[in-house]
Write a protein that binds this ligand. Structure first.
Ligand code: B16
Ligand code: MG
Length: 216
């Protein structure tokens, strides 16, 4: 029995553009510099840590309560965007791939740092595609800590070594490795070097190809 654990943002759907718009609006209001390139640093990183990175880029410091307050403001902006997400935004090949592997008896979990993961899954109509969902509300340690993926394996009733993680962020690939799992890098060329096998997208992909490439 095998389990495949999927990251959400950047693997199932491209929400990075909405995170960017939310952070950009907040940064503009606070007079902080924040570019699309800076946004790359926030992929797979928790909400609080994301804002800390933006402050660091600007050489600014803030008390913890204020950081939390502004993170809530950013999330309100972000939620306005994801409320309008539609199934058309599911990344190419994702639906067919997950349907096919489940037919083959592979168990599936979502392992996301996002506290909005369930809302997004619901909007995309993908809830029934996963046997387990572990999101940012269920973990206390952010990637690259393996907690989110270890909880995913546990929820599937599988050993971590029998699970494969699909990730678009370096922090997520490192988290999978820290948990003793193989990691398939998806889409983002920056993970090419650290993942065990890289796929540009899920289009035309099968479990047989993945497992052959991973030597399983
Ligand atoms: P939220 P993933 C991550 O999701 C995003 O990649 C990252 O940019 C975001 O800061 C984090 O979720 C927290 O999201 O503010 O919605 O709780 O890639 O782990 O699915
Ligand atoms: Mg991601």
């Amino acid at each position: 029995m095998k389990g495949y654990i999927f990251d959400l943002d950047g693997v199932i759907v491209d929400t990075a553009k909405y995170h960017y718009l939310g952070w950009k609006r907040l940064a503009d209001e606070l007079g902080l510099r924040f570019t699309a390139q800076d946004n790359e640093l926030l992929k797979g990183v928790s909400r609080i840590r994301s804002f800390e990175i933006i402050l660091e880029l600007n050489g600014r410091e803030m008390p913890a309560e204020e950081i939390e307050k502004y993170c809530t403001v950013k999330n309100e902006y972000y939620v306005q965007y994801i409320r309008r997400i539609t199934p058309d935004e599911i990344l190419p090949g994702v639906r067919g791939f997950i349907r096919e592997i489940r037919r083959e008896g592979i168990r599936t979990a979502l392992g996301s740092a996002s506290k909005n993961a369930r809302t997004i899954l619901d909007r995309l109509g993908l809830e029934s595609y996963f046997d387990a969902v572990i999101d940012g509300t269920m973990v206390s340690k952010a990637k690259p800590d393996p907690e989110v993926f270890l909880k995913g394996a546990e929820a599937l009733g599988l050993d971590p070594g029998d699970c494969i993680v699909f990730e678009d962020a370096v922090a997520g690939i490192v988290a999978a490795h820290n948990g003793g799992m193989k990691a398939v890098g998806v889409g983002n060329a920056e993970v090419r070097e650290c993942c065990d096998f890289f796929i540009p997208s899920f289009s035309g992909l099968t479990a047989a190809v993945i497992e052959k490439k991973l030597g399983l």
